[in-house]
Design a binder for this molecule. Structure first.
Ligand code: SAH
Length: 222
């Protein structure tokens, strides 16, 4: 039986490679120490297939099946930073659970995480992983993220990890006053713009953060 450290991936080798990843994120401009700490303590190799585990601490997106990918660590860190830099949101909705890695990072930084995935297999796998790794403040739901958790709205933070052409109005409607929504906006096949929206009453400010490449946000479930 694997001991606790091994199960969480805190063996010497993986901790060293993880620190190299953190160094690299620092060099690329990630400044938030809490985010860097979360990357340092999250066993990304347990969020990909065993065959890809040796590449888990490279700063690249990797396939997770069903045509989907676990996001590049730099992009995960950048989006997380944008969500929490001006204050910790209490309740965060993530659209696009995928592997569960982004949700695990969020779980270490905010009190409550709600994450929705439209592909049943990925939702089940992520729920199992997050439970095994003891991230207890994350709830995973299978459904179309745009509407699946309206009953729990409003959220102080919404993080979208698949790209809509334009942000669905239903999502803005679930954002609390003072809340932030971070989203890659634009068609697939082209780089999308990573955007942070900040809600003040009925006003939304929009802040572009550069180009990214995400799989598309798709309606319905599978
Ligand atoms: N955050 C993930 C990476 C997400 S990849 C991680 O850390 O691994 C994008 C995911 O969004 C895919 O798994 C895809 O199935 C999902 N997705 C796409 N459209 C969706 C929708 N409308 N609702 C919920 N999930 C969606």
């Amino acid at each position: 039986m694997k001991d606790e450290n091994e199960r969480r991936g805190i063996g010497m080798t993986s901790q060293r490679t993880r620190e190299r990843l953190v160094q690299r994120l620092r060099q690329e401009g990630i400044r938030n120490e809490a985010v860097l700490n979360a990357v340092s303590s999250t066993p990304r190799h347990l969020f990909v297939d065993e065959a890809l585990a040796s590449r888990a601490y490279e700063d690249t997106a990797l396939p997770i099946g069903d045509g989907q990918t676990i996001s590049q660590p730099f992009v995960v860190a950048r989006m997380t930073e944008a969500l929490i830099d001006d204050g910790i949101p209490q309740r965060v909705l993530e659209l696009g659970t995928g592997s569960g890695y982004q949700a695990a990072i969020l779980a270490q930084l905010v009190p409550e995480v709600f994450t929705v995935e439209r592909i049943q297999r990925l939702a089940d796998q992520a729920r199992r992983r997050l439970r095994e790794l003891d991230y207890r403040n994350v709830r995973v739901r299978h459904g179309d993220g745009v509407t699946a958790w309206e009953g729990e709205a409003p959220f102080d933070g919404i993080l979208v990890t698949a790209a809509p052409r334009g942000v669905p109005q239903e999502l803005f409607a679930q954002l609390a006053d003072g809340g932030r929504l971070v989203v890659p906006e634009g068609p697939q096949g082209h780089p999308q713009e990573l955007v942070a929206y900040h809600r003040h009453g009925d006003e939304l400010s929009r802040h572009g953060m550069g180009l990214v490449n995400f799989v598309p946000l798709v309606g319905g479930t599978q």
